[in-house]
Design a protein around this ligand. Structure first.
Ligand SMILES: [Zn+2]
Length: 236
């Protein structure tokens, strides 16, 4: 699933831009690019959509050369003028621009890769700081309330599936906070009410390739689209 990117400034029609945007080098800004006031930081270029707000809310991803990269993304997407579009079209184009921008720094699986589950799981997780680990003294266990159960070797950044390829999941270790996460497909997350780790998003992982990422500090019960409960755990 792709995230729809929006911005509060996308429907602001008022004002005539009179400053040059550092990303597209066109007259697209109402305030100077160097304006660090709240309004200045919130402004969005009318031509290319460049903005100074954190580009991935809730995640301090180090984007260097953001202007350059945004400008390149804009060109890659046809260099269309954002505010020549209708309000609805703006959100769609802005979404396209954001993905093109993120795609220069991050691997974001294509829809086809996600559909066929052929995306690069190792790259997807390692690029966000999740390290690859295997531990033969531990196992991943999954039990379904209908009596079926599965056991998998403890290996992170790896795609595992239950009895249906759509019931897939990956275990990831977030070294920085020392936590174990369970990323699961939409099949296993859509009806689940477990404690989600990322309420916002984590480009590439959530919401693109996985429907939810949960803390796995104890047995975790999720509900599948078949309305059955699946209990995940890591045991020694
Ligand atoms: Zn611009």
């Amino acid at each position: 699933m792709r995230r729809k990117y929006s911005h509060s400034q996308l429907d602001k029609e008022k004002g005539v831009p009179k400053y040059i945007c550092p990303a597209c080098h066109q007259m697209g800004l109402l305030l100077e690019a160097s304006d660090k006031s709240v309004e200045g930081c919130q402004q969005i270029c009318r031509v290319c959509g460049f903005h100074y707000l954190p580009l991935t809310p809730g995640y301090s991803f180090p984007f260097s050369d953001a202007e350059k990269k945004w400008g390149a993304a804009w060109k890659e997407c046809g260099a269309e003028v954002l505010f020549d579009k209708t309000k609805e079209e703006r959100v769609n184009y802005f979404t396209k621009l954001n993905y093109a921008f993120l795609g220069q720094t991050l691997y974001i699986p294509t829809d086809e890769e996600i559909e066929n589950r052929t995306f690069d799981v190792e790259l997807l997780f390692s690029q966000r700081g999740y390290s690859h680990n295997s531990d033969s003294s531990r196992r991943i266990t999954v039990r379904c309330e209908d009596g079926k159960s599965w056991e998998f070797p403890y290996e992170t950044n790896t795609l595992f599936a239950l009895d249906d390829p759509m019931k897939y999941f990956t275990i990831a270790e977030e070294k920085e906070r020392g936590v174990l996460c369970l990323a699961v497909s939409e099949y296993l997350s859509k009806l689940s009410s477990g404690r989600k780790m990322f309420r916002g998003f984590d480009p590439g992982i959530f919401p693109e390739a996985y429907g939810g990422v949960y803390l796995l500090d104890e047995e975790l019960v999720l509900v599948g689209l078949d309305k059955k409960e699946y209990s995940f755990d890591v045991v020694c």
